[in-house]
Design a binder for this molecule. Structure first.
Ligand SMILES: NC(=O)c1ccc[n+]([C@@H]2O[C@H](COP(=O)([O-])OP(=O)(O)OC[C@H]3O[C@@H](n4cnc5c(N)ncnc54)[C@H](O)[C@@H]3O)[C@@H](O)[C@H]2O)c1
Length: 366
């Protein structure tokens, strides 16, 4: 198993050290044979080569089974030419690797229930997965642009397009993951497909394709459908009704951020972007947090939980993934908190830095 690590910028290197320590410990404990290689992406790569995604980094990423990323970007590179900014490196590596499926888990750790702005009884036990199509839909559809009409008024336009093959591809990911999650939880596998089929023809095709896919290959997985506007409301009203949600690029962008914030803390949220063969790029949902970089204040748990996703989804090793998640949970049980997840009532809790949090997870992993 070859893993490329891209620490990136800001807090990236700090959180990466802790995540790599956990990955190596899991590899030793479960005899996974993980081989690590380092590369640079984003601002760090710009400083070395002038480009946010140098050729050698891309070559290493192609050769690896999985990529673990810290975060990229920061004020140092905010004023350089837009086409070579750090974030472009991230977009390019995703498209070059064909990472069309974005996975975000919104899981509430019971110890952090007060970090959410939603009532505890609504979110207690929450554990849902949003599968978002990442390389198609209205974000990439042509034609697009801003044109001047005959009367001199300007008009902006985009095109929302999905081919059957693109819908089937992301649908298979969602149905397969629902099976994996059902196996781990012992609950029935179910997928909710989110569309706007009452208004948009492109999502009418989306819905029909999902139905056909389920009837042909996934009769063991429950399939329901929901309009995107209702899905936004239901995520707040009763999020525990969902297990796996699958949707297109635009709706997924919005719903995945909404679902992430149900848990209340950005420092806890891992994500994965997968290609057709299960190869993935794993990263925390947060950015490079330049305001706290280099101060040992960053929460490394989102990156550590991204390692767990890597073990589960690319390496299909549920036992080691669950062990990491259990170690994180136990550390929270012990009352350890980085600043971002510290409760307003801090009695019984201990404020720790990035390194101490990472070491505590390592110790629990044994
Ligand atoms: N995937 C990525 O690499 C990615 C994603 C988003 C933003 N960015 C980049 O990151 C830079 C900063 O962006 P931003 O400030 O909008 O978002 P951010 O996520 O970096 O930070 C938002 C707030 O959350 C805090 N925070 C974030 N991660 C944390 C962690 N692990 N532990 C504790 N606190 C944490 C920060 O201190 C900050 O107050 C920008 O250059 C942006 O382009 C990169």
């Amino acid at each position: 198993m070859n893993v490329l690590t891209l620490a990136g910028d800001g807090i990236g290197p700090e959180i990466m050290i802790q995540a790599v320590n956990v990955l190596q410990a899991a590899s030793n404990k479960f005899e996974l044979g993980v081989m690590l290689e380092e590369g640079d992406l984003g601002g760090a790569a710009i400083d070395r080569t002038g480009l946010p995604l140098p050729d050698d980094t891309l070559a290493k990423a192609r050769a690896a089974d999985a990529v673990l990323l810290g975060a990229v970007g920061g004020p140092k590179w905010d004023t350089i030419e837009r086409s070579i900014r750090p974030e472009r490196g991230l977009l390019k590596i995703r498209s070059e690797l064909g990472l069309f499926a974005n996975l975000r888990v919104a899981k509430l750790y019971p110890q952090l229930v007060n970090a959410s702005s939603i009532k505890p009884e609504i979110i207690q036990g929450l554990d849902l997965l949003i599968v978002r199509e990442l390389t198609g839909g209205i974000y990439f559809g042509e034609p697009r642009g801003i044109r001047t009409l005959d009367n001199g008024e300007q008009q902006g336009y985009n095109t929302m397009v999905y081919k059957t093959s693109e819908i089937e591809r992301i649908g298979k990911v969602a149905f397969d993951l629902a099976r994996v999650r059902a196996k781990a939880s012992g609950k029935a596998a179910k997928v909710c497909s989110v569309d706007k089929a009452n208004v948009l023809e492109v999502t009418e095709l989306w819905k029909q394709t999902m139905i056909q896919l389920q009837e042909s290959d996934y009769t063991d997985v429950g399939l329901s459908h929901m309009y995107a506007d209702n899905a936004c409301m239901q995520l707040i009203k009763n999020p525990k009704q969902f297990d796996v949600m699958v949707t297109g690029n635009l709706f997924g962008d919005i719903l995945s951020d909404e679902a992430a914030m149900l848990t209340g803390s950005i420092g806890m949220l891992p994500s994965a972007s997968l290609d057709e063969h299960g190869k993935g790029l794993y990263e925390p949902c947060h950015g490079s947090a330049p305001d706290i970089a280099g101060q040992d204040k960053a929460n490394p748990l989102a990156t550590i939980l991204s390692v767990a996703m890597m073990l589960r989804y690319t390496f299909q090793h549920e036992e080691s993934a669950a062990a990491i998640e259990q170690a994180v949970s136990e550390v929270l049980d012990d009352g350890l908190r980085t600043g971002d997840i510290m409760d307003t009532d801090s009695s019984g809790l201990t404020l720790v830095g990035c390194q101490q949090m990472g070491e505590a997870v390592l110790a629990k992993l044994g």
